[in-house]
Design a protein around this ligand. Structure first.
Ligand SMILES: Cc1cc2nc3c(=O)[nH]c(=O)nc-3n(C[C@H](O)[C@H](O)[C@H](O)COP(=O)(O)OP(=O)(O)OC[C@H]3O[C@@H](n4cnc5c(N)ncnc54)[C@H](O)[C@@H]3O)c2cc1C
Length: 410
């Protein structure tokens, strides 16, 4: 078995697959390892993504698209509903995917681009020489061996260990994480074109509950609650209550447990010979918990920076810092803004949420830009204006152009 590569990517999720594919296309000798025996299985995701951002990375394919949505509805605790077009819904609701097939299609692309893929192969440690990462220890069918590389990309998701092995602090406190439980529910009456979000401290404290259709009579119905706000009740208690109340006849055919980092990014995502991408770098959106697109964007940037570093023969932090700069000035900005909004949102009482929803219930979201929306929000909610003044100033002055979501916001 080959023992030396330009690049080893740890983790075959969207971040790792896109990193490996792009690096192989740029001419690098790439190995992608995945600890599971099947790519994408088991799924830990509600499977919602933005159409526009996705098509930057892969051609849409009906084999992995379960629903093509036209919008979303948000329900406040008193039942006030706000309906938004897909464009205004933010990045998470364009398609509902079948991730088992989607993740495999991404890895298929990367294999076809020339990367070697090894499944059921777990990274168990990093080879480090004088503080520089220069490969991994891998375990396959009970056998441990060394594989060397010039650079390692850690795309090992929420449970990432690669960063920690290199001395990067990736730890998460309960207040940094949403605990999620989701059922795939069938035989229910839903609108297949809309996803629904429910807010409120009785429904999902400091989080939200979602209904994402997967075809005519089936949906991912899940809840995410902030670890530090859950009290005596568990996420599963909230979702069971909702199913009992709203879809009492629904049949549960799958169950998903998982955590989503909502703390915003870690302080550093590179070290000598190492780059972290996706959930491993805590790059998911702090409000929605969505991380597929950010992982893919970061994977692409990581591949480009890796190819450049290898061309120059310099794998030190100095060179790899280009990755840090590039992702922080694009997706990182959006994450920063989301973090500000999330920190305000988690303080809202049900009364605040109702007031907010009522103040927006007459707004026509189908013909509104983000700027208009912020004006409408702040006109009706002076306290919110104060809490979110930084974000408001940046958007209004166009200091930030929402590069990755420009098509949705403008
Ligand atoms: C309940 C839930 C709902 C969600 N819903 C959405 C949603 O609707 N939309 C959205 O955009 N995001 C959603 N997310 C988040 C989304 O799933 C992640 O942000 C996304 O998968 C991150 O991609 P990634 O490539 O960074 O990591 P992952 O997809 O987690 O991939 C990491 C891979 O690394 C592998 N791995 C881990 N350790 C090792 C090792 N030591 N050696 C080898 N391989 C290893 C894992 O097996 C895994 O395959 C949700 C998450 C949860 C938990």
């Amino acid at each position: 078995m080959k023992e030396m590569y330009d690049l080893i990517v740890v983790g075959g999720g969207p971040g790792g697959a896109i990193a490996a594919k792009n690096a192989a296309e740029l001419g690098l000798d790439v190995l992608l390892i995945e600890k599971r025996q099947e790519i994408g299985d088991p799924v830990r995701c509600a499977e919602g993504v933005s159409k526009i951002s996705l098509s930057d990375h892969i051609e849409p394919d009906p084999r992995w698209i379960c629903a093509d949505l036209t919008g979303s509805r948000i329900y406040s605790p008193d039942g006030t509903m706000i309906e938004m077009s897909e464009e205004m819904s933010g990045g998470e609701v364009g398609y509902v995917l079948e991730r088992k097939i989607f993740d495999r299609a991404l890895v298929d692309q990367c294999a076809k681009a020339g990367a070697e893929v090894r499944v059921k192969t777990r990274a168990t440690g990093l080879i480090m020489e004088k503080g520089v990462v220069c490969g991994i220890y891998a375990m396959h069918l009970g056998e441990e061996y060394k594989i060397r590389s010039k650079i390692v990309i850690g795309a090992d998701g929420m449970e990432s260990k690669v960063g920690r092995w290199a001395g990067i602090d990736t730890s998460l406190k309960p207040s940094d994480m949403e605990t999620c439980v989701q059922y795939l529910v069938t035989d229910i009456d839903i609108d297949p074109n809309f996803c629904d979000f429910y807010l409120g401290n009785e429904i999902a404290p400091a989080g939200y509950l979602w209904v994402f259709p997967k075809g005519e009579n089936m949906a991912n119905i899940g809840v995410g609650i902030l670890g530090s706000k859950s009290g005596d009740k568990r996420a599963i208690d909230y979702i069971n209550k909702f199913i009992e109340d709203v879809y009492p006849d629904g049949r549960i055919i799958e169950m998903v447990y998982g955590g989503v980092p909502v703390r915003g990014p870690i302080e550093k995502t590179v070290s000598d010979g190492l780059i972290l991408v996706g959930d491993a770098a805590r790059q998911s959106d702090p409000i929605t918990g969505g991380g597929i697109i950010n992982a893919m964007e970061a994977g692409k940037i990581a591949a480009e920076v890796t190819a450049d570093a290898i061309k120059r023969g310099d794998y030190t932090t100095n060179t790899l810092n280009e990755y840090e700069t590039l992702w922080r000035s694009t997706i990182g900005k959006e994450i920063e803004y989301s973090l500000v909004v999330k920190e305000t949102f988690v303080k809202f009482t049900d009364k605040d949420l109702n007031h907010l929803a009522q103040s927006l219930s007459n707004v026509n979201f189908y013909s509104l830009s983000l700027k208009d929306l912020l004006y409408a929000l702040f006109k009706a909610n002076k306290k919110l204006l104060w809490d979110l003044r930084g974000l408001f100033r940046d958007v209004v002055n166009n200091n930030f152009d929402f590069k990755y979501k420009k098509n949705q916001f403008d």
